[in-house]
Design a protein around this ligand. Structure first.
Ligand code: ADP
Ligand code: MG
Length: 132
């Protein structure tokens, strides 16, 4: 059994999509093991996005993720990391297939509704940050 870190980002929370995101994962057979609605501290988001520290969009993505409440969850199931990434769709919603969360609910690269861990190592690291 595997866990992955999923975040419904501020745009998703503001648009009332927490339930829709959870519904999709649960319908797939995944389990919500942990769930928390938080106004994330800047330092927490910075360590969450540590891999992007040198990128030009780092400051913007940190500012964005701290702009409103986010729903942070541990989603559990066989191959949860890969399953959730596939259900989320491509990072840029313009490239995300219909039927994926981003493909159905987003148009903006920054406001793309959800975060999901990229691989099991990232999942372990991110779960440790948000659920110490
Ligand atoms: P993912 O969320 O699919 O794992 P990344 O880890 O590459 O994607 O990027 C983290 C987040 O940063 C993305 O979800 C997106 O909101 C934002 N982002 C990524 N690339 C850019 C970019 N070139 N310009 C602005 N924001 C970006
Ligand atoms: Mg990523």
């Amino acid at each position: 059994m595997e866990q992955t870190l999923i975040i419904v980002k501020p745009d998703g929370v503001a648009r009332g999509l927490i339930g829709e995101v959870i519904r999709r994962f649960e319908a797939r057979g995944l389990r919500i093991a942990k769930l928390s609605l938080v106004d994330a501290p800047k330092e927490t988001v910075e360590s969450h996005y540590d891999e992007h520290r040198s990128k030009p969009f780092f400051a913007d993505v940190v500012a964005y993720l701290t702009s409103g409440p986010i729903a942070v969850m541990a989603v559990e199931g066989p191959n949860a990391v890969t399953a959730c990434r596939a259900m989320m769709g491509a990072t840029n919603p313009a490239d995300a297939a219909p039927g994926t969360i981003r493909g159905d609910f987003a148009l903006s690269l920054e406001e793309n509704v959800v975060h999901g861990s990229a691989d099991p190592e990232s999942a372990h690291r991110e779960l440790g940050i948000w659920f110490p």
